[in-house]
Design a protein. Sequence first.
Length: 156
Amino acid sequence: MSTNPTLQAFLAEYDTRLSLSGSSKILCLDDTTTATVTAWCKDAFAHNDQPSITTHKTDTSSTRAWSQPESTFTHIFATLSSDLKTSVKGLKCVHYSLLWKGVAVILPPESGEVAGEKVNFAKLVELGGFEPGKVRAIEVGGGEICFAMKWDLLTA
């Protein structure tokens, strides 16, 4: 199975900021992301200290198909769709399933464009329910990746 080199570079550089550990509950929204995260975890953690990694097999755009429970995952890795409406719906589902202080790692669509144009990646993630100013867009490994933490009023 193929891996994502941009995500590999991001994990190598920002692993401490993500606070991934053996007790993490991770949701990946596509097979390539799952393969990348699984390979990285196998290298980063001892065999008996692996985090729980779940793959969501259906389209993240359909909220009717979103079967993940509320406030369950410590980390969610997702790739945006090139359709704006689909991307925002998917981001809202990601926000819904994160625990408080959980971290979402969002990758751009393969084309790098949403709705046929280059968009402000951080602003798009904020449309999905993440707190404005708490979303970070980073250039790494030749691509852009966003990560955001789910906050509540007590942790802001």
